[in-house]
Each structure stands twice: as C-alpha cells, then as structure tokens.
Design a protein around this ligand. Structure first.
Ligand code: SF4
Length: 226
C-alpha cells in the first residue's frame, strides 16, 4: 500500500456547482463571507490522506472483474471501462475528521447555514484531492505508453455500494484512517474510495476512454462526467 499527500483546493466553480449558483458572482454577500472565512481555516480543518495500491487484473468477464485472486467487483459499466486494462489502481482518500467535528459543533450551535457551507467545502475538497490524484497518475504512466480509465466508486452507476467491503478488504483501516461502517458508509464522512484502470494506450482500440455518462439518463447524478 502506497501513501501520497495531496493538498486539496476548494475551487469556487465547484462550490458554485454544489450551491446551484452561476459562478461566485451568484453568491450572496452572506455566503461569500462564510466561504471566505472558512477558506482561511482550511489548513487547520483538513487533514488529507490518500492511500492506494495497484493490483493486477486476473479476469474481466461480462459483468465482473476479478483482482487479487479472490476479489470480484460486479458492475457492467466498470467492467466495460476496464476492458483493455491489465492493472487496477484502488484508492481510499480522506480529509479527516477535524472538519466533521467543526460541522457537528456548528450544528449543535444551530448555526445551520455555516454547517452546510463547511460541509459542502469538505465534499469539494476531498473530490478535488482524488481528481488531482487521478490526473497526476496519467503523466506518470504515459512514459510507458500506458493510460488511465475514468474512475469509479462503489455506489455509483451499477456498481453496488456493498462492494465497498471488497475494496476495503485490500486496505488496513488503521493505516488509511478510514473505517467502513456496516452500512457501507465511510467514517470520516468526507472520504472517497474508488478504482481506475491502467491500460497500454498503444494497444487500445479507442483514443478516448469509455465514459458511461454519455449514454446515461441520470441527469441529476453528482458523479456525472461531461
Ligand atoms: S451519470 Fe455517469 S456516473 Fe452517474 S450513474 Fe450515470 S453513468 Fe454512472
């Protein structure tokens, strides 16, 4: 298992998308003030950690992919995305529990709008960290003429959230700092787990990785890729 430190940034455009505003110009004065105030405290509130490991893919069937001898992920879309991959990168990322303690404290004080703003900033931060990780892996492998697929997480598309248990079976929660609850939710909540494939781009039949979102009717999906 490898560990990497990536400092997340909270992009205004992403925040705006979550708040349903049209860019930061769409923020009210009150919202801007809250975002500005918490932005100054992010170094103290975020404790980013990302752990990953690369596993060889044993078999890709029609609706399942097997790795690490006895781990099988069941998802038609994931399987199709990994069709040309020979290895899979599995990861668990978190921004820690300090931000959640602050959100819980704000809730207890009935400062609900501040709690909501900070909660959203935490979600944007952990998503940004994982996106940076995914994007910076590609140049590392390009030298070997390898490329990365889109990333997937249990619970999205047709990948059952219960497969979180299989994914977490590859990691030591004492080391990652992320615990999987019986409900398959993660603790700390501002955590993301997932996978993406590695494939030889020279052998690939397509220059663009498979993207199931192009044909998906779930227009309100928060994980939608353009
Ligand atoms: S929009 Fe994309 S990520 Fe969301 S369910 Fe559809 S295919 Fe999956």
């Amino acid at each position: 298992m490898e560990s990497i430190t990536i400092n997340p940034s909270v992009e205004i455009n992403e925040l705006s998308r979550h708040f349903g505003a049209g860019g930061c110009q769409g923020f009210s004065h009150s919202l801007s003030t809250k975002v500005e105030s918490y932005s100054k405290r992010l170094d103290e509130l975020l404790i980013p950690r990302l752990h990953y490991q690369i596993e060889k893919i044993d078999n890709i069937g029609k609706e399942s992919v097997s790795i690490n001898r006895d781990t099988t992920f069941r998802s038609r879309k994931l399987t199709r995305a990994l069709k040309e991959s020979d290895e899979i990168v599995c990861f668990v990322a978190t921004v820690g529990s300090t931000i959640e303690d602050e959100i819980d404290w704000l809730m207890a004080q009935r400062r609900l709008s501040e709690a909501y703003v900070l909660d959203t900033m935490g979600s944007v931060a952990v998503e940004n960290m994982v996106e940076q990780f995914h994007q910076c892996e590609e140049p590392l492998f390009l030298a070997e003429n390898r490329s990365v697929t889109l990333r997937f997480s249990p619970g999205y598309c047709d990948w059952p959230v219960t497969d979180q248990k299989k994914l977490f079976g590859l990691f030591d929660s004492e080391v990652t700092g992320v615990e999987l609850l019986d409900s398959c939710l993660m603790q700390p909540r501002k955590s993301i787990s997932g996978v993406f494939g590695l494939y030889h781009s020279l052998n690939s039949h397509s220059s663009v990785p498979y993207n199931p979102c192009r044909h998906c009717k779930k227009m309100d999906c928060i994980a939608r890729r353009a």
